[in-house]
Design a protein around this ligand. Structure first.
Ligand SMILES: Cc1cc2nc3c(=O)[nH]c(=O)nc-3n(C[C@H](O)[C@H](O)[C@H](O)COP(=O)(O)OP(=O)(O)OC[C@H]3O[C@@H](n4cnc5c(N)ncnc54)[C@H](O)[C@@H]3O)c2cc1C
Length: 227
């Protein structure tokens, strides 16, 4: 009897601290995280084997900063991707209809895609297990035999979950350099034409470092303002 009680306590104790094990953890819900979830489902991974983690679920930097930026791709690329996907073929929403209704041979502001991706995110969150929190740490389990990853999340504080495989879709941040006595305009503000217009005057001298898509847009905006 004594041993039985001890065994019961041990089992309860183990369960109280049990860490949920998933086959897949996708960290980040920007465009890369969204596509990762869709790809896993398309490849037949069970929805309850996937955990998706992001503190915001708002389409990452695209959703937060780049809605006013003109897309560098024509609309048909987005709609043909949706139509070819078995996950999204039957999915519909006002934002999806809006992107299908616009001129497919033109580039549009990225907000059109952001609205559609927000709806897609909400839909995918009904399919898989999602947690609105930040991953603080990622470590391989000390028990080398299991080969699992242990994720420490913020909410609930310091909670841990286990995953056999992890997709890190946490994005990237603009770089800064070491300037002295120079006012920097952060890239995310410079890319928003309305915000940039409030940050520069025609008397300013502005240095743009870089020569790809972001820089070309910013140089064009500055030129249009008469800087
Ligand atoms: C000027 C410009 C024009 C562009 N035009 C286009 C275009 O026309 N078409 C196009 O497809 N792309 C375009 N892009 C690129 C697009 O913005 C990026 O490719 C895209 O945002 C990258 O997505 P991501 O998911 O990799 O990262 P992000 O958008 O940065 O998303 C990362 C996500 O991870 C989450 N996260 C980060 N750390 C953690 C953590 N520890 N725990 C949990 N979650 C975490 C964040 O909350 C965020 O939601 C453009 C970019 C620029 C700058």
């Amino acid at each position: 009897m004594k041993y039985l009680r001890l065994l019961l306590l041990l089992i309860l104790g183990v369960n109280l601290h049990a860490e949920q094990l998933y086959k897949w953890a996708v960290i980040g819900a920007g465009p890369a995280g969204i596509i990762s979830i869709a790809q896993l489902l398309e490849h037949g991974v069970n929805d309850h084997d996937i955990v998706w983690i992001d503190p915001e679920f708002a389409t990452g930097r695209l959703g937060k900063y780049y809605g006013n930026v003109p897309s560098n791709q024509k609309a048909y690329r987005f709609t043909s991707f949706l139509e070819k996907s078995t996950i999204f073929a039957n999915f519909d929403s006002p934002a999806i209809q809006a992107i299908k209704a616009c001129n497919q041979q033109q580039e549009h502001p990225l907000q059109l895609a952001v609205d559609a991706l927000n709806d897609i995110t909400n839909y995918l969150r009904t399919q898989v297990i999602s947690m609105q929190t930040t991953v603080q740490a990622l470590e391989s389990e000390p028990d080398k035999l299991s080969n699992n990853w242990r994720l420490t999340i913020n909410q609930p504080a310091q909670a841990k979950i286990l995953a056999q495989k992890v997709i890190l879709a946490v994005g990237a941040h603009p770089k800064t350099l070491n300037y002295q006595n120079i006012t920097e305009i952060p890239l995310d503000l410079a890319l928003d034409v309305t915000k940039l217009s409030t940050l520069v005057t025609t008397n300013d001298t502005v240095m743009v470092i870089g020569s790809a898509h972001s820089a070309l847009l910013i140089v064009k905006y500055l030129h249009d303002f008469g800087v």
